[in-house]
Design a protein around this ligand. Structure first.
Ligand SMILES: Cc1cc2nc3c(=O)[nH]c(=O)nc-3n(C[C@H](O)[C@H](O)[C@H](O)COP(=O)(O)OP(=O)(O)OC[C@H]3O[C@@H](n4cnc5c(N)ncnc54)[C@H](O)[C@@H]3O)c2cc1C
Length: 529
C-alpha cells in the first residue's frame, strides 16, 4: 500500500488523509466526489475521535433572525482580539453551504415543525446551534460520514498511525506510517498528506477528550519544519462531570443555554456579578471562575443546577446527559450536577492558509490540528465541528484546483531546538508525568515560576523518549512530550493574559501582544555528549 499514495496529478491524485473525525472523513468524501482517490488512515478505530463526543452541536447562521455577519461578529468578539478576520469570515459565510452538505449526506439534525431546530450557546447572540439526537450531534455526524465513506468505497486503514512526514520538494511529502504499533515503519511515495489528527486535550491530566487526542499531528508537523501558531491557547471547559474515579463526561454548554445555573458548595450563584452574561459568559471566564471557586472553597467541585428546566424538556433535549447521570443515581430535574473545569480544546496548531496549506508544500491540515486563526485566543462554542467542514472542503477543492493563498506571518517567531535523546525512558511513566505537568503548571492559571521548571522537565523527558538515531521515527510518547513542551514554551513567551491564556504574573491584556506567536524548529542539533 504505502507506495500507492502518489503526487497530485489531476484525477489520478491519491491524497493520504490522516484522522477519521469530522475533518478527515469529510475531506476524504469530498476528495472522492471531486474525482480523487484518497486513502484514509487512523491510529485507532474508524469512529474513535473527539468528534464522536461532541454534544452541543454545530454553529451556522441559518435562522430567520440570523446572518453570517452576526455569526462573524460573535466569533471575532469571543477571540479576544486575535481572530484572523479573513478566516473567520470564510468560516461563518461558508457555514450554511457546509450544513447543506451534511444534510445531503444524511445527518439527522433535530427539527421542530419541519424546520431545523436551533439552540443557543454561550457568547452567541442568536440561536444558531444545530443538533442531532438531542445531545448526540458529534456521534450522528461521525456515524453518518463514516457510512458515506464506506459507501463511497474509500480505502480505510484502521490502527494505522502516521509516524512522521518528510518534505519531498515539489512532489509533496513522504509519510511514514505504521500499522503494527511502530515495529515497522513504511514510507509512502511523495504526495499530498492531509493532517486531520485532532487536538491535544488528553495530554492534560484532567480532560474531556478521548485518549486519541494527544496532539501527535502537531509534533509530527513541527519535526518536519512546519510552522505552528497559537500553541498557548488551550480552552478549558467549565462544566465536566466530577466524581472521584468517574470519567470526565462533558455536560454541554447548551444546558446553561437552556437555563441551568452554577452554584458553589454553599448554594450561591457565583457567576452573577462576574460578567453581565453570568453563566453564559465566554468559556474562559466561566472556567476560571469555576477553578477559583474550587480553590477558594477547598471543595472538589461546583454544581450545575438544572432543576429550573422542565423535566420533559431537559430529557428531550439532553437524553445522553440524562442517561449518563442516571448511572450515578442523579436526576437533573431534582439533583445538582457536580462539575469541574478541564482541558478541552486546542485553539492553535499547525499554521495554515485559507486553503488548509501549511508552509511545507504538499502538507495540509484541517480541523482541530490546524491553526487557521478562526478561534483567536478563545473558541466560540460549536465553531470547531464547523471549522473541520469549512476548511476540509477548501483542502479538497485545493487539491483539485490549486489557488494562491498566503500563510499569515506570526508577529513573534520562537525557534525551538529539539535534539535527539537517549530514548530509554519508561514510556508509561513519562506520559503520566506529561499529564501532571501540563495540568499543574500549564493549566488554567499559569505563571513563569511554574512554566520554567516545567519546560526543564519536558527537556529531560525528551531525552528519555527521543530516539538516539535521528533517522528513527519518534513514538507517540516522544510526540506527547514535544507537543506539551511547545504549549509550555508559547505560554511562557506570552507575558499577558488573553482569552484562554491566563498568567497570574501578567493578569492584564497588553496591546503589544495583539499578535500571534509562531513556533518553528531550529535546525536539528547534534546529540548531547
Ligand atoms: C466532549 C467533547 C464535546 C465537544 N462538543 C463540541 C460541540 O458541541 N461542538 C463543536 O463544534 N465542537 C465540540 N467539541 C470539539 C470537537 O469535537 C472537535 O474539535 C472536533 O471534533 C475535532 O475534529 P477533528 O476531525 O479535527 O479531530 P478528531 O475528531 O479528534 O479526530 C482526530 C482523528 O485523528 C486520529 N489520529 C490522531 N493522531 C494520529 C496519528 N498519528 N496517526 C493516525 N491517526 C491519528 C485520531 O485517531 C482521530 O481519528 C467537543 C469536544 C469534546 C471532546
Amino acid at each position: 500500500m504505502p507506495g500507492s499514495v502518489g503526487a497530485v496529478r489531476g484525477h489520478d491524485a491519491r491524497p493520504l488523509v490522516v484522522g477519521t473525525g469530522i475533518a478527515g472523513l469529510y475531506v476524504a468524501l469530498r476528495c472522492r466526489e471531486l474525482g480523487l482517490r484518497p486513502t484514509l488512515i487512523t491510529k485507532s478505530r474508524l469512529d474513535e475521535a473527539n468528534t464522536r463526543y461532541a454534544q452541543g452541536g454545530i454553529a451556522a447562521a441559518i435562522g430567520r433572525d440570523d446572518t453570517p455577519g452576526l455569526h462573524l461578529a460573535d466569533t471575532l468578539r469571543a477571540g479576544a482580539g486575535l481572530v484572523n478576520r479573513a478566516a473567520a469570515r470564510t468560516l461563518t459565510f461558508e457555514a450554511p453551504a457546509r450544513i447543506a452538505d451534511l444534510v445531503r449526506y444524511g445527518v439527522p439534525f433535530d427539527t421542530i415543525e419541519g424546520q431545523i431546530a436551533l439552540g443557543r450557546e454561550a457568547a452567541h447572540s442568536r440561536s444558531r446551534i444545530l443538533h442531532a439526537g438531542g445531545d448526540a450531534t458529534g456521534l450522528s455526524i461521525e456515524e453518518t460520514l463514516k457510512a458515506r465513506v464506506l459507501d463511497a468505497g474509500i480505502e480505510v486503514r484502521e490502527r494505522t498511525a502516521l509516524r512522521g512526514v518528510r518534505p519531498a520538494g515539489r512532489d509533496g511529502v513522504v509519510a511514514q506510517i505504521s500499522s503494527d504499533r511502530g515495529r515497522t515503519v513504511e514510507e509512502t511515495e511523495p504526495g499530498p498528506v492531509v493532517l486531520a489528527t485532532g487536538g491535544a486535550g488528553s495530554l492534560y491530566r484532567q480532560s474531556s477528550n478521548p485518549s486519541v487526542a494527544t496532539g501527535e499531528g502537531v509534533a509530527i508537523a513541527f519535526r518536519a519544519g512546519a510552522l505552528l501558531t497559537d500553541m498557548e491557547f488551550i480552552q478549558f471547559h467549565p462544566t465536566v462531570f466530577w466524581r472521584e474515579g468517574a470519567p470526565r463526561y462533558l455536560i454541554t454548554e447548551a444546558v446553561r443555554g437552556e437555563g441551568a445555573v452554577l452554584r458553589n458548595e454553599a448554594g450561591e450563584r457565583f457567576m452573577v456579578g462576574q460578567h453581565r452574561d453570568a453563566e453564559l459568559a465566554p468559556r474562559d471566564i466561566v472556567a476560571r471562575a469555576v477553578d477559583r471557586e474550587i480553590h477558594r472553597s477547598g471543595h472538589p467541585c461546583v454544581y450545575l443546577d438544572a432543576t429550573g428546566i422542565p423535566r420533559d424538556r431537559f430529557f428531550a433535549r439532553f437524553p445522553s446527559v440524562c442517561r449518563f447521570l442516571a448511572t450515578y443515581g442523579l436526576d437533573p430535574s431534582r439533583d445538582l450536577i457536580p462539575v469541574t473545569a478541564v482541558a478541552h480544546y486546542m485553539m492553535g496548531g499547525v499554521a495554515t492558509d485559507l486553503e488548509g496549506r501549511t508552509n511545507l508544500p504538499g502538507l495540509y491540515a484541517c480541523g482541530e490540528v490546524a491553526s487557521t486563526g478562526v478561534h483567536g485566543a478563545n473558541r466560540l462554542a460549536s465553531n470547531s465541528l464547523l471549522e473541520g467542514l469549512v476548511f476540509g472542503e477548501r483542502v479538497a477543492r485545493h487539491l483539485v484546483h490549486p489557488v494562491a493563498a498566503q500563510l499569515p506571518t506570526p508577529g513573534r517567531l520562537v525557534r525551538v531546538a529539539w535534539p535527539a535523546g537517549a530514548g530509554r525512558g519508561d514510556l508509561a511513566k513519562v506520559f503520566d508525568r506529561v499529564q501532571d505537568l501540563l495540568w499543574e503548571d500549564v493549566g488554567i492559571v499559569r505563571n513563569a515560576t511554574n512554566l520554567r521548571p516545567a519546560l526543564d522537565e519536558f527537556a529531560r523527558l525528551a531525552d528519555e523518549t527521543e530516539p538516539a538515531n535521528p533517522a528513527e521515527a519518534p513514538g507517540p510518547v516522544a510526540n506527547a512530550v514535544l507537543t506539551a513542551s511547545l504549549i509550555a514554551r508559547a505560554a511562557l513567551t506570552r507575558t499577558e493574559s488573553r482569552g484562554a491564556h491566563y498568567r497570574s504574573d501578567f493578569p492584564e491584556r497588553r496591546p503589544m501582544w495583539r499578535i500571534h506567536i509562531g513556533v518553528v524548529r531550529k535546525p536539528p542539533l547534534a546529540r548531547r555528549p
